[in-house]
Design a protein around this ligand. Structure first.
Ligand SMILES: Nc1nc2c(ncn2[C@@H]2O[C@H](COP(=O)(O)OP(=O)(O)OP(=O)(O)O)[C@@H](O)[C@H]2O)c(=O)[nH]1
Ligand SMILES: [Mg+2]
Length: 321
């Protein structure tokens, strides 16, 4: 009888619930340490069970506060929760500009919560390229729910949909112009709208506006994004917010859209990984391989335009006609 290959030790320790092993693996993923790839690979078949919920929205609307409130609620139900906060970071230095601002209320010794903040390192769209791998580690570790906060640099983050099965767009009353500019993009992202700071004047009007908009957006797979009003510090509306998230998760199951969504996300992930590799390889080859650097020389000399050079590199011959 053939036996399954032994799991790498860190992978086995993560499956056994070793938090230190988990933390080390996440750091290795963030550092792009090639030694972690077999560990992440070995854990892949143990992932896919957690519900991944993304929260996105402009700066300061209360995403972290909502995550804290959701965390308390989920812990009270005995669910294990992983939190990933993706910080804005300078594309130039790779360092975190605003730092780690989320304060997670984790009672000391609560093994059912794991929090990680990571820098987005200038990755366009705001999700660190490694977020998916980190979410998968938390998933294999046994977290039931993974909450992902993505940077809100005045825009909502479209890439959250590449990670989460339910995306919550968080707004506040009187976002006015901001919402106008966001409108078009909002419905491609939002499975749930949350009007936070709901105790402030204008919250009802904002919720009403969004509900009307959500009505116009109906037809996207037959799901109408619900609008929930919350006040994170008091916990008001948090039950409703979680109910709306769960309703969307149930919808994914009953409509059988969950598999289609997962397939789309994984396809994008594989394509992105190939893109990265091809780009790295090609950039090096353009400098080092004489045949290819000649093509680049011709572009530099204005003999060949970049499009034509790309055709030549891609198909080996110039495009006709
Ligand atoms: N009045 C009011 N203030 C809130 C509410 N929720 C959060 N805040 C406050 O709003 C500020 C920003 O909250 P955060 O939770 O850090 O918001 P965020 O969206 O995570 O912020 P960034 O990560 O910087 O984009 C803090 O001072 C919170 O205390 C709310 O429901 N009502
Ligand atoms: Mg935050």
């Amino acid at each position: 009888m053939t036996r399954a290959p032994a799991l790498p030790t860190p992978a086995r320790r993560i499956l056994e619930g070793d938090r230190r092993a988990l933390a080390q693996a996440i750091s290795a993923v963030e550092a792009h340490d090639p030694a972690i790839a077999p560990v992440v690979g070995a854990l892949y078949s143990h992932s896919g069970k957690a519900r991944i919920v993304g929260l996105t929205g402009p700066l300061g609307v209360g995403k972290s506060s909502l995550i804290n409130a959701l965390l308390k609620r989920l812990r009270a139900q005995g669910r294990k929760v992983g939190v990933i906060a993706v910080d804005p970071s300078s594309p130039f230095s790779g360092g975190s500009v605003l730092g780690d601002r989320i304060r997670i209320d984790r009672p000391a010794g609560d093994a059912g919560v794991f929090f990680r903040s990571m820098a987005s390192r200038g990755h366009a769209g705001g999700i660190a390229a490694t977020t998916r791998s980190v979410a998968r580690l938390l998933d294999a570790f046994g977290m039931d729910v993974i909450l992902v906060e993505t940077v809100g640099s005045g825009q909502v983050d479209v890439e959250v949909r590449d990670v989460a099965s339910t995306s919550v767009v968080v707004l506040v009353p009187h976002l006015g112009d901001e919402v106008q500019t966001l409108k078009a993009g909002l419905f491609e992202i939002a499975d749930v709208f949350c009007v936070n700071k709901g105790e402030l004047a204008g919250a009802d009007a904002a919720a009403k506006d969004l509900t009307e908009l959500a009505g116009l957006g109906i037809g996207r797979d037959g799901w109408r994004p619900p609008v929930v009003t919350t006040s994170a510090p008091s916990g008001s509306g948090i039950d409703e917010l979680w109910a709306a998230i769960e309703a969307h998760e149930t919808f994914l199951d009953t409509s059988r859209l969950r598999d289609a969504g997962e397939r789309r996300r994984l396809s994008r992930e594989v394509v992105q990984l190939v893109q990265e590799r091809v780009a790295t390889h090609l950039a090096a080859a353009l400098e080092s391989e004489p045949d290819l650097s000649t093509i680049l020389d011709r572009v530099v000399a204005r003999e060949l335009d970049p499009q034509a050079a790309a055709d030549l590199l891609h198909s080996g011959r110039p495009r006709r006609g």
